[in-house]
Design a protein around this ligand. Structure first.
Ligand SMILES: [Zn+2]
Length: 441
């Protein structure tokens, strides 16, 4: 995620939240987003009914359920399949969690980040002003979720705590930030730092590489790509088509600049190629956040998978059309990180349209789960919200969207990623159980 949600979720900064407690974060986002005031009133009403103060109600998880019920009531549509008892009775809440977990317990988060590096970032020393601007954005975000030291707390230790221990995530796929020109000639998140994450949790993490900027020169870019594959043993790419060079960006379907990279990927056995699409943040231009360059590329490299991160939102319809009108496609994927998080608590109608469009046109086998954590704190609130989320009947009838079944949830939450990354599910589940049990021993 790279857009300023603090302007959208007004008041989040001033609402105390525990970054380790997903329920608390989830409730806080509902209470500060587009329907924030109305939802807050209803959450407070719910707390009074059970004789709890607001903080305890939020931290207990009841507040999160109350917020989802409030969103249904305020909009007059059933976006969340939550029973009233889940907002009033801890036992009922626990049981609902267990039922949801049992129906989809294998969770692959395709979009996670660590957001610091040894020595961190210092303007003039190893970061430009522009580079610091992005760090500041992420810092503010982390602090709003209760991470006292902002990005400094989005480190390896907290990656383990928030994503692998405290959430149901079985496997986290971590994505790099490159942007070397803004960070003293070194990737914002260096590979050496990322490797420590993988080494610590080899069965529960997967490492992607980024930082390929062909406008720096194709030879040096191909060299880097080979190094990623042969020395760093990466499992795919997560790239950015906007850059800080004079050209400001590049396209996936550029036969001179980009196709040699995809040809090299073929040789190196790299199959999954992701790219930041949509969310045209900060200093970068929207034209490079559109996904139309996936069109020719996907046809010319049928053996590679192309993944549009953020589902190209708010241009997700362009992405969906590329499969809606070309149903023969089998290598075009979307990932929902930050798009789901930013819309579900605040604009559930938009969330339903986005998910509905992706599921209808790309199909349930081509939508991947992602949360963009650690940028959004503990991802558990997103997992819970997705397990409860439904496309209301009104939209199913009028738009031809599918209802979100348990089977679709399983595919999106984990099965699809397991398929394209060849994940050993059993080994990952066993290792996950160990992480959780040692954490709580
Ligand atoms: Zn991200």
């Amino acid at each position: 995620m790279e857009f300023n949600i603090l302007q959208h979720f007004k008041g989040l900064k001033d609402m105390p939240t525990d970054p380790f407690n997903g329920d608390d974060i989830g409730a806080a986002l509902f209470m500060t987003g587009g329907m924030g005031d109305k939802i807050s009133d209803k959450v407070d009403e719910g707390a009074r009914k059970v004789g709890m103060d607001r903080r305890s109600f939020m931290k207990s998880g009841l507040g999160f359920s109350a917020a989802m019920l409030a969103a249904n009531e305020i909009t007059g549509m059933k976006f969340f399949e939550v029973e009233k008892a889940e907002a009033a009775d801890l036992a009922a809440k626990q049981e609902a969690i267990q039922v949801a977990r049992a129906s989809a317990d294998f969770v692959v988060d395709v979009h996670t980040h660590v957001c610091t590096r040894p020595g961190h970032y210092e303007v003039g020393k190893n970061a430009t002003e522009r580079g610091m601007w992005f760090v500041q954005l992420l810092d503010d975000l982390g602090k709003a979720f209760g991470l006292k030291n902002g990005t400094r707390d989005m480190n390896i230790e907290n990656y383990g705590k928030l994503i692998l221990q405290e959430s149901d995530t079985t496997v986290g796929i971590f994505n790099p930030f490159g942007f070397r020109e803004d960070y003293g000639g070194e990737d914002m998140i260096p590979m050496a730092y990322q490797k420590q994450v993988r080494d610590k949790w080899p069965k529960n993490t997967i490492m992607l590489a980024g930082g390929l900027t062909p406008n720096h020169g194709l030879d040096v870019t191909l060299d880097r790509l080979r190094q990623y594959a042969q020395e760093d043993k990466i499992s795919g790419l997560k790239l950015y088509t906007f850059d800080s060079t004079k050209k400001k960006g590049w396209w996936f379907d550029d036969e001179k600049l980009a196709y040699p990279m995809w040809e090299e990927c073929r040789k190196l056995g790299i199959k999954n190629i992701g790219c930041h699409k949509g969310i045209p943040f900060g200093q970068f231009y929207a034209r490079y956040a559109h996904c139309e360059d996936f069109d020719a590329t996907a046809d010319d490299f049928l053996d590679l998978n192309f993944i549009a991160y953020h589902s190209a939102w708010p241009y997700h319809q362009e992405l969906a059309a590329m499969k809606g009108f070309k149903p023969q496609r089998k290598n075009l994927y979307s990932e929902v990180g930050s798009t789901f998080a930013a819309t579900v608590t605040s604009r559930p109608l938009e969330c339903a349209h986005v998910l509905g469009t992706l599921l209808r046109d790309l199909g349930p086998d081509y939508v991947l789960w992602g949360t963009d954590s650690l940028l959004w704190g503990n991802p558990q609130w997103q997992i819970d919200a997705f397990r409860k989320f439904q496309i209301p009947d009104q939209l199913v009838e009028g738009h031809g969207y599918p209802k979100i079944t348990d089977e679709i949830r399983r595919k999106v939450l984990g099965e699809n990623a397991a398929r394209i990354w060849n994940i050993d599910k059993k080994a990952a589940m066993t290792a996950k159980a160990e992480i959780v049990s040692t954490a709580h021993a």
